[in-house]
Design a protein around this ligand. Sequence first.
Ligand code: GLN
Length: 262
Amino acid sequence: MKGKNLLKKTVVLTVALAIAVGAAACGSKKDDESKSKKTYVVGTEPTFAPFDTTDADGNIVGFDMDLMKAIGKNQGFEVKFKSFGFDALIPSVNAKNCDIIAAGMTANEDRVKKVDFSNTYYDSGNSVLVKSDNTTVKGIDDLTPDMTVAVQIGTTGADKANELKKQGKIKDVKVNDGVDTCLLQVKNGDVDALIIDKPVADRAVKSNKAFKTVGETLDAESYAFAVAKGDKALLEKINKGLENIKKDGTYEKLYKKWFEGK
Ligand code: GLN
């Protein structure tokens, strides 16, 4: 009898233990999964609406941020956003101060020597923005050797303005950290024009009657996400995620949110 009881107790205990261990294992597996989700730091320059901007609470938001979040969700990684000067983004990704650049960055020959670009996600190009009461500048060819042009530091727009200056077609280039400062200079009449990406100029015009864009869009450019040179595994995830969110309608939905909404 004693032996039978002991056996019974042992069986009960073993079963209880098995359940407990099983439950614990399940619990820890779940915890591990969320903990092991890698978080990548995404570097941006948030004065470039609607791609990269800030909301009323100062959070970094925009089309680029939503795309990166959706790509992360699709590929099983988390993202957090960090602000840099536009000209500091490439050095920062290579110094591992961020893992990914999402900043309306044009993939061009110069930059491809320093970073690896994803497939492109938006076709763009520079444009000329002036004060809406400007009657003389109707396009880039109307800029004259007495004029000053504002640009954002390190951008393709800055390259273009520097080229014009070198050719003697404009007097000076005012280089600023943010697009917000460039716009203020146009508004105040400190500069004659701003060379900036067309979709960003369009957004500024839409939200402020003081501005208009003139002329054709300049050279065609396309935006891509960037990673440090040789970071193949991450680049592959970004490309796969981008392809998937284009296929499943997420890209389209986000495009509508940022370019057709409001
Ligand atoms: N597309 C432009 C460039 O890559 C401007 C980007 C930006 O100002 N965020 O230079």
